[in-house]
Design a protein around this ligand. Structure first.
Ligand code: UD1
Length: 385
């Protein structure tokens, strides 16, 4: 016989709001959506909320299509602005959504302003917060993302962690062990899924197909962090080095809107061997970097994805919040100067590729673990007697 506790009838079904706002969020939400759909559990309802932090077609809609994400239930239209303006706009709009939807849990991912804004709103309405990719720390509070990570973790009820440094950071900050869940990396769930699709021959329409065919070897580059692109001297030094490297090996460079704006305003010229284009969808950029001799980037996600596929990655930053990619993976943090970038490329040419291994639980099943934990915790088993 099954007895349902009459005191907690509302706990027997569960509503999740999944927050996505900026490009790197979409890749992290997609596997969770796919897992919830696969379970097809009539007691678990979810809705996707798009904050509108990224709004250009290439930065947003292209990703939804590529990642096979259903249309968001709400689009909050936050747009760009200073950090305070953007965060406040998201908070104001998201509060209305929470009051309307009354979710049990708000799931936030990563470290962007949307992550911070929505976690604060939910927590103040006494709604549980689950943070996917908790515990990462660069220990550099000049990065807006570091503030977003610290604040979000400090109020999250579920801390879903991708690597062991995350567990130890959260423990040092005094988080209760029962809130910390090492689940692996949803970015890698998405990567493996999309890689399989490519291997099934799914790249007929890529605009870069011809370009890639004409190049024997190539390097893949992304660059968008304010500390690298908002200062003329720093950006000029980085581009000088990359212009020189491109004479040896051509570079493919999808340009983030922030970087495009800054290159134009500083009059910085790219060499003809840097093949640049507007931002690409997920599968097209994977199609390009998976065969690159190396990747230069300042992104967080690419450091992890290159480690998962064993591609050498040079991170144009002074630090990383993802140390496992250095300790076990193929990533090297090389700094942001012209010399340091040239030196890194020289070492690749002279010493060959850094060997790495895939970190624990980066196996494509993280979303499964996350769903399992949330559903078990929020939806206790009926009593069987
Ligand atoms: C944001 C995240 C960063 C993430 C990056 C990925 C924060 C604090 N930063 O940075 O962690 O790595 O997304 O892309 O949340 N713009 C457009 N079209 C768009 C979006 C932005 O043209 O669709 C332009 C706007 O002029 C805007 C600028 O790009 O001012 C920067 O956008 P913003 O969302 O503020 O931050 P990102 O640099 O994209």
């Amino acid at each position: 016989m099954v007895i349902i506790n009459p005191l907690i009838p509302e706990l027997l079904s569960m509503k999740l709001l999944l927050i996505a706002g900026a490009r790197p969020n979409f890749m992290k939400i997609a596997p969770i959506v796919r897992e919830l759909d696969r379970r097809n559990d009539s007691d678990v309802e979810y809705k996707i909320i798009h904050t509108g932090q990224h709004y250009d077609f290439e930065m947003s809609q292209a990703f939804f299509d590529d990642l096979e994400m259903p249309k968001p239930a709400y689009f909050l239209d936050a747009g760009s602005g200073s950090h305070a303006v953007q965060t406040a706009k998201i908070m104001t709009a998201f509060e209305k959504v929470c009051l309307n939807e009354k979710p049990d849990v708000v799931v936030v991912v990563g470290d962007v302003n949307s992550t911070l804004a929505c976690s604060i709103v939910a927590k103040k309405l006494l709604i549980k917060v689950a943070h996917v990719e908790a515990g990462l720390r660069s220990f550099d509070q000049t990065m807006p993302e570091e503030i977003n990570r610290m604040v979000t973790d400090s109020i999250s009820d579920y801390l879903f962690v991708t690597e062991k440094s995350g567990v130890s950071n959260l423990k040092k900050e005094g988080k209760p062990a029962e809130n910390i869940h090492m689940v692996g990396n949803v970015m890698i769930d998405n990567l493996l899924y999309q890689k399989q699709k490519l291997e099934n021959g799914n790249h007929g329409k890529f605009q870069t197909l011809d370009l890639k065919n004409t190049l024997d070897d190539h390097i893949f580059l992304t660059l968008h962090r304010p500390s690298n692109v908002d200062n003329k001297e720093t950006l000029s030094g980085i581009i000088n080095a990359l212009n020189e490297i491109s004479e040896d090996t051509p570079i493919i460079f999808p340009i983030h809107p922030r970087t495009k704006k800054m290159l134009d305003s500083f009059d910085i010229i790219l060499s003809s061997q840097i093949h640049h284009m507007p931002p690409l969808g997920f599968s097209e950029s994977l199609f390009l970097w998976k065969d690159a001799i190396c990747v230069f980037t300042d992104s967080g996600g690419l450091q992890e994805e290159t480690t998962a596929l064993g591609i050498p990655c040079f991170t144009i930053r002074e630090n990383t919040e993802r140390p496992i990619t250095i300790e076990e993976g193929t990533n090297k943090v090389i700094g942001c100067t012209e010399d340091s970038i040239l030196q890194a490329f020289k070492s690749l040419k002279n010493d060959g590729k850094k060997k790495g291994k895939v970190p624990e639980l980066w196996d494509g099943r993280s979303a499964e673990r996350i769903a399992e934990i949330l559903i078990k915790d929020l939806n206790p088993e009926p009593l069987h007697i």
